[in-house]
Design a binder for this molecule. Structure first.
Ligand code: ZN
Length: 175
């Protein structure tokens, strides 16, 4: 899923806890990431990653400055877009009390994906591998646009369904 969609889903899921406790906001946002990944979805591709499409998901990072910079820009733009939409809907006051829950839902919503590069680089004796295994376990095995699902119709289904999910969450955040 795009990070924009993850941010919107996380904000919608965590919003009921905004005035309860920051820890609950964070937990709800992280949980929403794993649950959202369980839905078959389309994803844009990182050129910096050599993907392993087996169940092991043993991806490798390709270190090449131009591609890495381009991917980082794509990631930043994706995070910025989602955060901006969430911010514009909620319009929090510019103080710590109101910005903290929004920041935590954005951060929690993208954290599982932000941790992924750690596992592409640090493979030996990594005590946190269970996090990656849980991510892969929760992730739908239907990768629209990849693997066995590269036909154009699947890509369209993936993009349309993700747009619908994003619009639904925008409505949820509003209400
Ligand atoms: Zn994910």
């Amino acid at each position: 899923m795009t990070l924009t969609t993850h941010i919107l889903i996380a904000t919608a899921a965590a919003k009921p806890f905004f005035s309860v406790h920051p820890a609950l906001v964070f937990v709800a946002a992280i949980a929403s990431h794993y649950l959202a990944d369980a839905i078959p979805h389309w994803d844009w591709h990182l050129s910096s990653v050599k993907e392993d499409l087996s169940d092991k998901h043993d991806h490798n990072l390709i270190l090449e400055k131009t591609i890495n910079v381009r991917d980082l820009l794509k990631i930043s733009l994706d995070i910025f877009t989602g955060s901006l939409i969430a911010f514009l809907i909620l319009r929090p006051e510019l103080n710590i009390k109101e910005l903290t829950p929004l920041a935590l839902s954005i951060f929690g919503g993208i954290l599982p994906d932000m941790l992924q590069p750690v596992f592409w680089v640090w493979k030996e004796k990594n005590p946190f591998m269970f996090i990656k295994r849980f991510h892969s376990f929760m992730h739908s095995k239907i990768y629209l646009g990849r693997h066995f699902w590269t036909a154009k119709k699947y890509i369209i289904i993936g993009k349309v369904s993700q747009t619908i999910i994003a619009l639904l969450t925008i409505w949820l955040i509003y209400s």
